[in-house]
Each structure stands twice: as structure tokens, then as C-alpha cells.
Design a protein around this ligand. Structure first.
Ligand code: SF4
Ligand code: SF4
Ligand code: SF4
Ligand code: FES
Length: 689
């Protein structure tokens, strides 16, 4: 157990672990020492002097953010001399800072404004003209206003340490110091916006949010990002039924405050003018708008009359929707032909791990996002984490910085993780297992390992990888990478063929009477039998919807409640943020079709369906109250589903793409077209620092 020390703070005796910084010991005991440059998780800077405190028997004020606690220390954080010092520090910070709070985006949530309100002087003694520097736009999403900058260097450290990008630096000295981007007048970076979010003042502002609203005019809806499979929680700022910003400043969810460019900005597809807002029926080469009542009637009639049926589900719809779809297919439509676009070989992994503690409900061999942060060693096989799984990459980087974990990579191209790697192996496609084997001696010397692998490892190769893990004689956990926000949930809820049902590819090739596609776009890269009556539920006129006979406009994840399960099997709650006129949630559409068909499938409210999931899906028996508190790790049942080696394929999305949604995000497209595209255009791994 860690050694404790006793000290006195503001007359109160407190204890803290030896080595704890004064500022942290104070926070742990409900005492706030103001700070600007100190930021938990980043390296110490000691630049702003806002945290000065009085420590008895020391000759001058001490820096609370760098001084560790010591036995018997007597500290005063609110004495007259400390308050006077804060007043002085703020007076200096305001020397050049413009007093444009009424129009500054940060007004109302600005740390400088709050500190001046609490500790600042009533008036300034500076009469000199303030230095003016015009505002700069560094990218479609990042703006910098130098005079507002208080040079705390949080942004520089967040970009370097948190993101591993190093796109920000400091130019000049003294009063004319300013933050600069990595390419003269613009950024070439991940465009994650972490620097904007961490800025305590309004020096860095967001291209999408600036001058849109005051923060107190929004409602804040905590939900889950709908892009990749990492399951980052995002708080959407909503005003007048419009999403204005995304962030996770309350550090809730598995991702703390991390969001990538997609989670932070790419919610604008919701209001894209091409959103489908009315059901549409094919009439020759054209579509005609029809009422919901008429559309449901047609669907029900066709479904009831069909002798052969295929159902293709989604990687984006909720667990409740996937569960209901699987139930409706099997019990209502009496078909086992149900599948979704599988992007990782979960079936073989679960089967290969069957019998191990992993799948007895404890999940010991399936790694969580937190395991990635605490693992002694991480092996990345056949994946470019920074491009395809930005949050998992962030966890691995944070682990390396905070716990000096050992990182190993086996990839076909350069990846950013190599910058931290204890060993990297570059292989030809198909040579991943041999690459892993070549690391055997090094890996054997580790105390534990998390293996993260992409779609290059499936079928037999995956069984061999698990056998390799077993042979190391240490705790080994796995993360099977899948692409989208509920890829894992679609698998767990049974949107997969069992008992001889047709796979997605087989359904496209078969002459089925009806093919029902819910939130997927299988015809993007494939064709299908022209004989099937095609019903499509989607947000947009995708390649698949264009072929449909009946199109039903669906709500997006930001317009729904329910749950989704991320790449690591962590279930989290979605919360409805906005409504788009004319659409219905996929669950409601299915429920209404079932009702029209007079099928008895129970109530289709998300909460009711979740109760059924708790009872019927192995590993999902989690109470609503627990789910309300955050992510819950689920445990899938082993070996239930036929693996389809060879047919499992990741879409290979990058940091700036996520299937069809990317096409409809104006801001992602602007970012793609900005000068920073110089390196992004070279595809995954091009940066490969
Ligand atoms: S947007 Fe992200 S990657 Fe770009 S400079 Fe800011 S922190 Fe760095
Ligand atoms: S831009 Fe913001 S975060 Fe960066 S140094 Fe200036 S005040 Fe600090
Ligand atoms: S890492 Fe994935 S889940 Fe997280 S914000 Fe980015 S796209 Fe969304
Ligand atoms: S918070 Fe301590 S010097 Fe800035």
C-alpha cells in the first residue's frame, strides 16, 4: 500500500499519498487551488503562477502544481498574501488580453473570466495600448486569436502528448509569444479539436461552433458517437433542435475527454438537405413520395406474402433494434436468412476462446478500453489504430506515457504506434502471423499482453493467434477490431445466420421474394438479384436505396434512445438529441410493420426491448441503473455462429471517413479538402511517425 503523509491545509489536517502534488492533494480534499497551465494527465509546465500557495517555513510562495506533499507541511491556499498574488497574476494576464468577453465563444465557460471574477482587481493599472494581432484560421475547424492566449501551453501538450501529433509550437518570446501551427499558416494534423477544448480561454475556437450561440442557451445531451466502433461518449450541445457542438468535457464515458474529428464535428450529416424525410415507392425509374400508412401497408403485404425472405441488418442501429430485427426475422418472418456486414471475425475469436474464463461471464480474455490503458504490453497486428480506431490508439499512447507500457506492431505499412514501439515488424499482406512469431522471445519476457488485431487475422489465422497467445504462458487478452458504432452489438444480438441461414453475400445472390435492408448499404460494392422486392430503411438515398422498391426514412443514432456496444464489448446508452421531421426510428418502423402484419412480437419501446435483451442475450443482464452510470462490459456466448473466413472485410475507413455518413458531413469534407489533405490523401498510415 502506498505510503501516506499528513499535512495541514487551511487549518484542516489531511492525508495524501506520498508524492502527490499539492494541487491534487487539495482537490482530493475538496479544496481548489486555481490553475491554468496544470492539467491532469499532461506533463507539468509551471508557466502561469496561478497556483501559488503559502507553505509555512518557506521564504516565498510555492508553486502548488509542482510541489509534492510532505509530512507536517502547513499550507494556506486562501490567505491574504495568496489572494494578492492571484490578483497580480491575473492583472499581468490581462495586460494584452482583449476584454471582448461579450462576443467571445468562451464567455460563460472561460476559466480566465471565472478567475478574474473571483480574484481579479476591480480595475487595471495598465494604460498602454494592447498588442493587436489578427485572428488566424489554421484549418476549417481550428481558429487562433493570439491576444486572447494566456500561454499556458495546454494545447501544445495535448497535441504532442495526448494525440502524438506535435502540430503546435511556440514562437517568439515575452509579450509577443504566440502559439503557431506546424505548417507556416495552417495545420496538418488530426483536426481532433482537443487543443480547442482544452484551451482555458477563447484563444482557440472551433470553426463549427464559433459565433453560433452562448453556451447557456444550449441543452447538453450525453450520448455515444455514431462513427467508429470505439464508443466514445459525446455531449451534444443542442439549440432549437439543432446540434451545435460535440465535446466530452465532463470526462464521462470510457473515453474521458477524448474525441476524434468525427466525434467532435461530424454530427452535421443529421441536417443534410438530402436526408430522406418521406417514404418513397418505386414507380418505373422514379420514386414517388407516399404516406407512412401506405408504406407500412405495402411492406406488410409484401412481407406476409413472401415465400423466401432475406434480412440485412446494420452496424449502426441500436442493440434494441438489432435484437428486435433478429426476433422479427426468426419468429415473425420465419427465416434464418439474417446477417450484417461483418468487419471482424468475432465468431472465430469467441469460439477459439470458448471454455476459457473469458466467456464464462467474466470476460477475462477480452480486453476492455481500460485494459488497453493498463496493459503491460500491447501487440497491434494488421491494423492502423490511429487511422481506424482513434480512441484505442489514444488509450495505447496514454498507457505508454503514464505507465511506460511496451508496444509492438506487426503491420503492412507505417503506423503512428511505431513511434512508441519496443519492436516493429513490417510484413507483406498475409505475413502477419509470421511477423507475430518473430516477436515470440520479446513477448515472452512481458508480464501480460493485449493483442489488438484487424481483419487480416480471421479463421484459421485467428485460431493460430490464440494458440500463440496461450503458448506465451501469461495473461493474454484480445481486441478483435470491428468497424462501426454497433458492429459488436449487431453480432451479439444475433443479426447473423444460424442453422443454415444465408449469409449477406448469399442473400444478395439468391432470388428471394423479399430482401429487407435495415440501415446498411450492401450494394455500394456489390450487385443483387433483380427479382427480389427490395425494402430499404436508411437516412439517405444510398446506392442500395436507389435500387429499392420501397424506401423508408430512418432516424440516425443522434435521434434515438437505446444502447450500443463498442469494439471492446462495452454497452452504453444512446440519448435522443434531436428530431428530424418525417423520419422514424428503425425500431418504430419494425414495430409498425409487425403490427400491420398482426405479428405478436411484444412492445417495441427501447426500454421494453432492453428488458428482453437482459433476459435472453448472454452477458447483457445489466440493470438500467448500472447502465445509467456508464459503460457496462458484456460477455458474449461462445461459438454460436458460423464464422465466414474470407467474407469478413473491414471497410478500411480512415480518421476522416466512416462509411456513407462521411459523404453527408459537410465539415468532414471541408477538412478533407483543406491543405492538411497533403498527408491525409496518402491514405492510412501515411503519417507513420
Ligand atoms: S486539432 Fe488535434 S491534432 Fe490538430 S493541433 Fe489541435 S490537438 Fe493537435
Ligand atoms: S491557445 Fe489556449 S491552450 Fe494554447 S497556450 Fe494559448 S491559452 Fe493556452
Ligand atoms: S474514436 Fe470513434 S467513437 Fe471516438 S469520437 Fe472518433 S469516431 Fe467517434
Ligand atoms: S498551474 Fe501551477 S504554474 Fe500554472
Amino acid at each position: 500500500m502506498a505510503e501516506l503523509v499528513k499535512l495541514t491545509m487551511n487549518g484542516r489536517e489531511i492525508t495524501a499519498e506520498k508524492g502527490t502534488l499539492l494541487i491534487e492533494a487539495a482537490r482530493q480534499n475538496g479544496i481548489e487551488i486555481p490553475s491554468f497551465c496544470y492539467y491532469e494527465g499532461l506533463t507539468l509546465q509551471a508557466a502561469c503562477r496561478m497556483c501559488l500557495v503559502e507553505v509555512e517555513k518557506t521564504p516565498k510562495l510555492q508553486v502548488g502544481c509542482t510541489l509534492p506533499v510532505a509530512e507536517g507541511m502547513v499550507v494556506h491556499t486562501e490567505s491574504a498574501v495568496v489572494k494578492e498574488s492571484r490578483k497580480g497574476t491575473l492583472e499581468f494576464l490581462l495586460t494584452n488580453h482583449p476584454l471582448d468577453c461579450p462576443v467571445c465563444d468562451k464567455g460563460g465557460e472561460c476559466e480566465l473570466q471565472d478567475m478574474v471574477f473571483r480574484y481579479g482587481a476591480g480595475e487595471s493599472r495598465f494604460r498602454e495600448r494592447k498588442i493587436h494581432v489578427p485572428e488566424a484560421q489554421w484549418s476549417p475547424v481550428v481558429f487562433y486569436d493570439a491576444p486572447r492566449c494566456i500561454l499556458c501551453y495546454r494545447c501544445v501538450r495535448a497535441c504532442d502528448e495526448g494525440m502524438g501529433v506535435k502540430a503546435l509550437g511556440v514562437a517568439n518570446r515575452g509579450a509577443i509569444s504566440e502559439i503557431i501551427p506546424n505548417h507556416e499558416d495552417h495545420l496538418e494534423c488530426d483536426e481532433c479539436g482537443a487543443c480547442i477544448d482544452i484551451c482555458p480561454v477563447g484563444a482557440l475556437t472551433s470553426g463549427t461552433y464559433r459565433y453560433q450561440t452562448r453556451p447557456w442557451e444550449m441543452t447538453h445531451v450525453g450520448t455515444i458517437c455514431t462513427h467508429c466502433a470505439d464508443g466514445c461518449r459525446t455531449t451534444l450541445g443542442v439549440r432549437n433542435d439543432k446540434i451545435i457542438r460535440g465535446n466530452n468535457r465532463d470526462h464521462s464515458g470510457v473515453n474521458g475527454e477524448f474525441l476524434c474529428v468525427k466525434g467532435r464535428y461530424a454530427f452535421d450529416f443529421v441536417e443534410h438537405p438530402e436526408r430522406l424525410q418521406s417514404p418513397m415507392l418505386r414507380s418505373g425509374d422514379q420514386f414517388e413520395s407516399i404516406s407512412w400508412a401506405h408504406a407500412l401497408e405495402i411492406a406488410a403485404k409484401k412481407f406476409s406474402a413472401a415465400k423466401s425472405f432475406g434480412v440485412i441488418g446494420s452496424n449502426h442501429t441500436t442493440n434494441e433494434e438489432n435484437y428486435f430485427l433478429a426476433k422479427m426475422a426468426r419468429l415473425g418472418l420465419k427465416t434464418e436468412n439474417i446477417d450484417h456486414h461483418r468487419t471482424g471475425d468475432l465468431a472465430t475469436l469467441f469460439d477459439a476462446l470458448s471454455g476459457k474464463a473469458a466467456l464464462s461471464g467474466k470476460n477475462d480474455a477480452l480486453a476492455t478500453t481500460d485494459d488497453l490503458y493498463h496493459a503491460k504490453a500491447i501487440l497491434v497486428v494488421g491494423a492502423d489504430l490511429s487511422q481506424q480506431h482513434p480512441f484505442l490508439a489514444y488509450q495505447a499512447r496514454a498507457n505508454f506515457r503514464h505507465h511506460t507500457s511496451h508496444v509492438y506492431t506487426v503491420t503492412t505499412g507505417p503506423v503512428r504506434e511505431e513511434a512508441q514501439a519496443a519492436a516493429s515488424v513490417r510484413v507483406e499482406k498475409g505475413g502477419e502471423l509470421a511477423g507475430v512469431e518473430s516477436l515470440r522471445d520479446k513477448l515472452k519476457a512481458e508480464a501480460g499482453l493485449v493483442i489488438v488485431f484487424g481483419d487480416a487475422i480471421q479463421g484459421d489465422a485467428l485460431r493460430k493467434l490464440v494458440a500463440f497467445g496461450d503458448s506465451l504462458g501469461m495473461p493474454v487478452k484480445y481486441i478483435c477490431l470491428v468497424d462501426y458504432s454497433n458492429s459488436r452489438g449487431a453480432f451479439d444480438m444475433g443479426v447473423v445466420p444460424k442453422n443454415g441461414g444465408l449469409s449477406l453475400q448469399q442473400m444478395l445472390a439468391a432470388d428471394l421474394d423479399v430482401l429487407w435492408v435495415v440501415g446498411a448499404n450492401p450494394l455500394k460494392n456489390a450487385t443483387m438479384s433483380p427479382k427480389s422486392f427490395l425494402v430499404v430503411q436508411d437516412l439517405f438515398m444510398t446506392e442500395t436505396a436507389r435500387h429499392a422498391d420501397l424506401v423508408l426514412p430512418a432516424a440516425s443514432a443522434y435521434e434515438k434512445t437505446g444502447t450500443v456496444t463498442n469494439v471492446c464489448g462495452e454497452a452504453q446508452k444512446l440519448k435522443h438529441a434531436v428530431k428530424v421531421m418525417g423520419t422514424k426510428t428503425d425500431l418504430e418502423i419494425m414495430g409498425l410493420i409487425a403490427k400491420e402484419m398482426k405479428l405478436d412480437l411484444g412492445i417495441w419501446l427501447p426500454e421494453k426491448v432492453f428488458e428482453e435483451i437482459r433476459k435472453n442475450i448472454h452477458g447483457y443482464d445489466v440493470s438500467k441503473a448500472v447502465l445509467d452510470l456508464g459503460a457496462v462490459t458484456t460477455a458474449p456466448l461462445n461459438g454460436r455462429v458460423a464464422a465466414l473466413p474470407g467474407l469478413i472485410k473491414s471497410s478500411g475507413d480512415t480518421l476522416f471517413t466512416s462509411g456513407s455518413l462521411t459523404k453527408y458531413s459537410k465539415i468532414l469534407n471541408e477538412v478533407m479538402e483543406s491543405p492538411g489533405v497533403l498527408y491525409r490523401g496518402q491514405g492510412p498510415g501515411a503519417r507513420g511517425q
